[in-house]
Ligand binder design. Structure first.
Ligand code: PLP
Length: 473
């Protein structure tokens, strides 16, 4: 097998695989095999593509590449126990779907906070730039600086708030900040003056979320204050929508009325500058009107629209999560499985042990409730999910062997499990499932060569059926 190839067969040995572009060498039966040098060369190529020959940026990029280089030479690991495949073509497809809904006159601030919802912010932001994203929303200054360190020059906005100590680094690295109070504006003004820079701020107006943001009745006073501060630059005015149903919810209409009222008054007084933005994924896909200058999608770019909102069928899941069987055990009827013995076998049962647990993103509540795919079939998770291990009942799939690929999120043949299925089974939301995929899960980036977004040819995913009664405790 070549150690340098980008094309690799991904999938189990039973014809479930599909050919993928990848920076990783794949073992035909198991997971991807580490191939540090080709991965690093790919990253270098990508950076070069983006940042050209700018020596300063190349130096900065080196700080990202080097740890990968030393890690790959020092780590004797030959195959991943658990890996999340991140499909950059699916990302491009989803961004194109978003664009088709917002029109050419608007831009996208892609939300990449929480490491791009678990997908890996550096690679996602980098690839999204190639697909026309104008700016990125992050949760903290540390996230913004990590992107800067990786060479990203695009506009970055801390969407929520900073704490005071984060301000100098934000100003030094040109990171824009959402502001909510006169106090924060005054402090930023004096810090920016001392640093001899202009602080770019977005005024966040609380029109009904009841969390961060200035109340509408105080917004104009803050806009006046920003206007009068020579070291502050108003780069945007924003609000955040609370209802998961976006424009379909009357609460959103009430929020937008408040927002429009403030915008109108600000415009009349000549105080409005920069981008106006409000729409998250739900608003984009439910047709919020107006969509203002920019939209701020997160989850839809990663291929999910929560709550079965219209348009979900236009999106492709970006993340899939895989592992392999590390142990098989035959238990007689009446045996208990896992912590607390919450599952008791009713017949002779074959248990497959998987080397991933809740630290890796398998929600603890999926114990006795979730399923996984092996050899193209569904197998119920039995017993408690523990920190490092999960147990499946594979009695009905006698051909399962140690080393077989197991898919927790994603597709095998005709079967698929999507984030929303897991969220429903674990009584949580898709956001939490993808964000929880842990740091020790290797992200393997596939695709990303196409400039024109193309949908992958694959069968419609089948939904995950309700868990079998026998799989419940
Ligand atoms: C201020 C802000 N805008 C936009 C988003 C993106 O939301 P979604 O992922 O639902 O599109 C978020 C995410 O929580 C956010 O905090």
């Amino acid at each position: 097998m070549s150690t340098e190839g980008w094309s690799a067969v991904v999938g189990s040995p039973k014809g479930l695989g599909e050919t993928r572009q990848s920076g990783e060498r794949m073992s035909s039966t198991r997971g991807p095999v580490k191939n540090g040098s080709s991965r690093i060369r790919r990253i270098e190529r990508e950076f070069a593509l983006h940042f050209g020959a700018d020596p300063e940026l190349r130096d900065r990029c080196a700080s990202t590449i080097e740890p990968l280089a030393s890690r790959s030479s020092l780590t004797p690991v030959e195959a991943y126990r658990v890996w999340a495949e991140i499909d950059l073509d699916a990302l491009a497809w989803n961004l194109a779907s978003i664009r088709s809904r917002i029109g050419a006159e608007r831009g996208v601030i892609l939300v990449v906070k929480a490491d791009a919802y678990g997908h890996g912010a550096v690679a996602i932001a980098h690839h999204a730039l190639r697909h026309g994203v104008e700016a990125f929303g992050v949760g903290t200054s540390a996230e913004a600086l990590a992107l800067r360190k990786a060479g990203l020059r695009a506009r970055l906005l801390v969407l929520g708030t900073i704490v005071e100590d984060e301000a100098p680094a934000c100003l030094r690295h040109g990171v824009e900040i959402a502001v909510h109070s006169a106090d924060r504006c005054r402090r930023l003004q004096s810090l920016a003056r001392r640093m001899d820079v202009r602080a770019r701020v977005h005024l966040k107006i609380d029109t009904g979320m009841g969390r961060l943001g200035v109340r509408p009745e105080r917004a104009l006073a803050l806009l006046e204050l920003i206007h009068a501060s020579p070291s502050l630059e108003l780069s945007g005015v924003m609000t955040h929508v609370a209802a998961p149903g976006g424009a379909l919810d009357p609460h959103t209409a009430a929020q937008m009325r408040e927002f429009d009222r403030v915008l109108g008054a600000a415009r009349e007084r000549g105080l409005l500058r920069g981008w106006v933005h409000a729409a998250n994924s739900a608003c984009v896909f439910t047709g919020l009107d107006p969509l203002y200058d920019m939209v701020r999608p997160g989850i839809s770019a990663y291929g999910v629209l929560p709550g079965n909102l219209p348009g979900a069928e236009e999106l492709e899941p970006v993340m899939s999560l895989h592992t392999q069987v590390v142990f098989l055990k035959d238990l007689p009827a009446g045996s208990e499985v896992g912590y607390g013995g919450t599952f008791k076998t009713k017949r002779s049962t074959r248990i497959a042990i998987l080397p991933l647990g809740y630290h890796d993103g398998v929600n603890w509540r999926l114990g006795n409730r979730g399923t996984a795919l092996v050899r193209g079939e569904r197998a119920p998770i039995v017993g408690r999910v523990s920190m490092d291990y999960t147990t499946l009942d594979v009695t009905h799939i006698p051909q399962v062997r140690v080393g077989d690929r197991v898919t927790l999120i994603g597709r095998q043949g005709e079967q698929s499990i999507v984030l929303e299925d897991l969220a429903r089974a674990a009584d949580t939301i898709a956001y939490e499932i993808s964000c929880a995929v842990g740091q020790r899960v290797e992200r393997v980036y596939v695709g990303g060569e196409d400039i024109v977004p193309r949908r992958r040819a694959r069968a419609e995913p089948t939904r995950t059926p309700e868990p079998q009664p026998s799989a419940r405790a």
